[in-house]
Design a protein around this ligand. Structure first.
Ligand SMILES: [Zn+2]
Length: 246
């Protein structure tokens, strides 16, 4: 059976002499593994569309365990991401997060659109990279079913408290009466909380020029990192750490 779908290449590695083994996040089939035969040959018609991050139109043949890319028309190769190693590392981080949560064969249109918008914004020179990454993380968590609760206490539902903590384990805020529920809960300031709520409700395209102070970015990054570690199995943050060192 032949399927036509658009998709992003999440991963591409050399396979055998001249083939590429791909992980594609496609609109119609969700995440799939596919082989692109001969794609490593310099004259291959597939070569341009099977690079990491590439957004392409694919014609896929469904085999027993694996898809075969029979045709591939690149629509956007995100060349600017490849030129800048810092942006490339951030893009790798986003793509790895998506790979970690998507399930083979399960579509996720909102996640698909989020990835496209984010990669596109990351090629622009006038964006705030920290804002893009934090906004992506927040939207990503919404769309993969792990939305953190920033509006009320996850233990007693109270919406007011003199101070708040954030519990990754419990999935959101703890009011001052419930701090003991999770001894590892982190303090969250009023202003960090406000930013988190704001990012949670805004599309990435609405806020990509918003400037977040280093202090607030660090606070939110730390909190989201711990949350992702608890909820998304096996994710190791190597690409994010590399991006931040560059
Ligand atoms: Zn409470």
């Amino acid at each position: 059976m032949i399927v036509k779908t658009e998709g992003f290449v999440l991963k591409s590695r050399k396979y055998g002499e001249s083939d590429s083994m791909l992980v594609i996040f496609s609109r119609k089939l969700g995440k799939i593994n596919a082989i692109a035969k001969g794609a490593q040959k310099p004259k291959s018609a597939l070569i341009a569309g099977v690079q990491p991050f590439c957004y392409s139109d694919f014609l896929l043949y469904r085999g027993k365990n694996l898809y075969t890319v029979t045709q591939c028309e690149p629509k956007e190769i995100f060349y600017k991401l490849r030129e800048d190693v810092k942006r490339l590392s951030y893009a790798s981080y986003l793509v790895e997060l998506i790979e970690a949560v998507t399930i083979e064969g399960q579509t996720n249109n909102r996640m698909f659109n989020l990835l496209g918008k984010t990669l596109y914004l990351m090629t622009k020179s006038d964006i705030e990279i920290n804002t893009i990454v934090r906004s992506f993380e927040m939207n990503f968590l919404n769309y993969c079913g792990f939305k953190p609760e920033f509006h009320c206490c996850v233990s007693c539902n109270k919406t007011t408290s003199a101070s708040w903590k954030f519990s990754s384990q419990e999935g959101g805020l703890l009011c001052e009466n419930c701090f003991s529920v999770d001894p590892y809960a982190m303090k969250i300031s009023e202003i960090t909380l406000r930013l988190a709520k704001y990012l949670q409700t805004k599309e990435i395209t609405e806020i990509h020029k918003l400037k977040i102070s280093d202090f607030l970015n660090e606070a939110l990054k730390k909190l989201l990192k711990q949350y992702i570690l608890v909820h998304i199995n096996k994710y190791d943050f190597k690409s994010l750490e590399l991006a931040e060192k560059l």
